[in-house]
Design a protein around this ligand. Sequence first.
Ligand SMILES: [Zn+2]
Length: 140
Amino acid sequence: MSILASKRKPILASQHCQCLYVQVQPNIAWSALQRMNKTKRIAMERVHILFRLAKEAIHKEPRLAQRYVEIARRIAMRTRLRLPVEYRRLICRHCKSFIYPGVNCRVRIQQRREPHMVITCLNCGKHMRIPLRKKEERKR
Ligand SMILES: [Zn+2]
């Protein structure tokens, strides 16, 4: 906490993300950040910055936003960092492009069978299916 708080304040996912499927507890993000080694912490910081820039640019310059996310994904891969779930939702699983609700993807909730969320990428037209029940609930 002390090292992190003193010098540069790391940017947390919760400060930027206003999309409907982002619910990160700031405390959890903090502890996760503290547990990381220095390389990963810097990488995480940059991933946050790039995603924030991508979200700002998507409306005016979609290609620039795509580039930002591509770089963020490469940083994460190179440093073997797992992207937080809220960022993974913003990348199409199939064509790896940046998808933002209301811009180039469609988000629908399905109650039938298992309640789930379907994110349709409007670039490649494929779907991502996300179950909405938690693991413990699903077992019952
Ligand atoms: Zn796609």
